[in-house]
Design a protein around this ligand. Structure first.
Ligand code: NAD
Length: 256
């Protein structure tokens, strides 16, 4: 029997076929999970809808995570359609392009608020919506981070601070939701060429550095991340919560 047959999951963060969330969705679908998808705005809907439908998904909903009413509407629909939820994938982030270059010192108050709201607070809001649907089902939530939360990466700036807040939020949520049997874990992915990554100034240099210095001497793929996501969203990781797993070809273990 497939690992996830009979299970239901919602994916936040598919923009196109390069999205990390899309590779995760495909891996979950292969293992039998029924999926719902969200998108932001009409332009992305036209990309997300055909992808979601190709996996047989019926529930495809708008959700800008800065809008509480849209978040509520997603979980209301999932409750009505499915009655419960097993998995939630949080694979989204945003910062203004001008905040992702130059000195962190120049971060604006508005830019800081926006990056932290979309990229970190959203995990709290989504976990709050999902928790009542996950009770009694050993629910599992995952989120995506990057090494720029732990060390200074040129140009990553406010997003590094947002990722640090995201990782800490995941640990606090794991503590709150653990007694209900719900697990919350973080994947810290190495750099991958996606729409979001293209907004980071000098991104190619980060890819080159990983290829030259990481123990595996290659960059990771979306599929590498998806395999770890499958582990974290399935019973294979039943005893794991509040954890952060690097899927980065080992880059983060290297000193000199
Ligand atoms: P992507 O551009 O494909 O996905 C980013 C998603 O964020 C998009 O689907 C976009 O619609 C969504 N988003 C932005 N603002 C939103 C909002 N207000 N409400 C709801 N959704 C919103 O890029 P990706 O690289 O697949 O990014 C997915 C996650 O992985 C992000 O958290 C990113 O920081 C993280 N990550 C990416 C890399 C990388 O190098 N690509 C490395 C480590 C971690």
């Amino acid at each position: 029997m497939a690992l996830l047959s009979g299970k239901k999951g919602v994916i936040f963060g598919v923009a196109n076929e390069k999205s990390i969330a899309w590779a995760i969705a495909q891996a979950l679908h292969r293992e039998g999970m029924e999926l719902a998808f969200t998108y932001v705005g009409e332009a992305l809907e036209s990309r997300v809808r055909p992808l979601a439908e190709s996996l047989g998904s019926r529930i495809i909903l708008p959700c800008d995570v800065t809008v509480d009413a849209q978040i509520d509407s997603v979980f209301d629909t999932l409750k009505k359609e499915w009655g419960g939820l097993d998995s939630l994938v949080h694979s989204l982030a945003f910062a203004k392009k001008e905040e992702l270059k130059g000195e962190f010192l120049n971060t604006t108050r508005d830019g800081f608020k926006l990056a932290l709201d979309v990229s970190a607070y959203s995990l709290v809001a989504l976990a709050k919506g999902a928790a009542p649907l996950m009770e009694g089902r050993n629910g599992s939530i995952i989120t995506m981070s990057y090494y720029g939360s732990e060390k200074v990466i040129s140009n990553y700036n406010v997003m590094g601070v947002a990722k640090a807040a995201l990782e800490a939020s995941a640990r606090y949520l794991a503590a709150d939701l653990g007694p209900k049997g719900i697990r919350v874990n973080t994947i810290s992915a190495g750099p991958v060429k996606t729409l979001a990554a293209m907004g980071i100034s000098g991104f190619k240099a980060i890819l080159d550095m990983v290829e030259a210095k990481a123990p595996l001497r290659r960059n990771i793929t979306q599929e590498d991340v998806a395999k770890t996501a499958l582990y974290l969203l399935s019973d294979l990781s039943s005893g794991v919560t509040g954890e952060l797993i690097h899927v980065d070809s080992g880059y983060s273990i290297m000193g000199m």
